[in-house]
Design a protein around this ligand. Structure first.
Ligand SMILES: NC(=O)c1ccc[n+]([C@@H]2O[C@H](COP(=O)([O-])OP(=O)(O)OC[C@H]3O[C@@H](n4cnc5c(N)ncnc54)[C@H](O)[C@@H]3O)[C@@H](O)[C@H]2O)c1
Length: 254
């Protein structure tokens, strides 16, 4: 099977949070496999830059501005993808923020906590509201969210991040069951630390601490996450829904 065979033609995907990191890598990988990609990000310039790079590499991509905390903008991105590509088959949600870092719970401002929930958790509802009606019409759809090992294990002093990702894992379980008999799957992936530019800013002792928890002794790569997300939004991921896939170098074997 060539990688192109992973997706029937035509196949259209919306990747949100695709202006950088995991989302950008996923948009590029999908486009390289023949998927028409709508590259969405709250940073419109970043989205357009990624879309242009994909087009220059021979793929089909369009950049749009969409903020997962702004329902109208997410609906507009979905409608644009449907109008341009004739249909939408899949959504990858890689938009996320870390929220308050290094702060014990009793010092976290409620507003900062709620902002983290809005981007990392409520977005799962906003996206479902925008995209599921299209999927129900066709009797087919794939939704894949990027959660985090923080949602499984709880990272201390990252209460907003940990709680929002745990909530997302719960939301995926519920939505997976809701749409299981409609050809629609809803899954997530829970990566441990992934090598992005952010990691290059961390002191070596912090990296050593992080990697010591990972049996493979290293960070994952954005390409490894993209590969799993591509499977999750492909037709081949047909008997798994409501599930959070592990991507942690052996750290979380549950
Ligand atoms: N990098 C890691 O180690 C790691 C590990 C586990 C989980 N994750 C998760 O993976 C996802 C992507 O992380 P990344 O490392 O690629 O981050 P990143 O910061 O490189 O990319 C995130 C992208 O999301 C966009 N974004 C942020 N808020 C948005 C919003 N409200 N609406 C639309 N777009 C928005 C940003 O502009 C950015 O382009 C996040 O959900 C993150 O929590 C990352």
């Amino acid at each position: 099977m060539s990688t192109q065979d992973q997706f029937p033609q035509p196949y259209s995907a919306l990747v949100i949070g695709a202006g950088a990191g995991i989302g950008a890598a996923t948009a590029s990988l999908l486009a390289g496999r023949g998927v028409a990609v709508t590259v969405a990000d709250r940073d419109a310039d970043a989205a357009e830059t990624v879309a242009r790079e994909i087009r220059e590499a021979g793929g089909t991509a369009h950049g749009v501005a969409a903020d997962v905390t702004d329902e109208a903008s997410v609906r507009a991105a979905v409608d644009a993808a449907v109008a341009r590509d004739g249909a939408l088959h899949a959504v990858v949600n890689s938009a996320g923020i870390q929220g308050p870092l290094g702060t014990p719970s009793h010092e976290v401002e409620v507003a900062d906590f709620e902002r983290t929930l809005a981007v990392n958790l409520t977005a799962g509802l906003v996206i479902a509201r925008a995209v599921v009606p299209h999927f129900l019409e066709r009797g087919y759809g794939r939704i894949a969210h990027v959660a985090s090992i923080a949602g499984k294990e709880g990272n201390p002093n990252m209460i907003g991040y940990s709680a929002s990702k745990a909530g997302l894992i719960g939301m995926v379980k519920a939505q997976g069951k809701e749409y299981a008999s409609h050809g629609i799957t809803v899954n997530a992936v829970a990566p441990a630390v992934i090598r992005t530019p952010f990691l290059d800013t961390q002191p070596q002792d912090v990296l050593d601490y992080m990697f010591a928890k990972i049996p493979m002794g290293r960070a994952g790569t954005v390409d490894e996450v993209a590969e799993m997300l591509a499977f999750m939004v492909s037709p081949a991921c047909s008997f798994t829904t409501g599930f959070t896939f592990d991507l942690s170098g052996g750290r979380a074997t549950y």
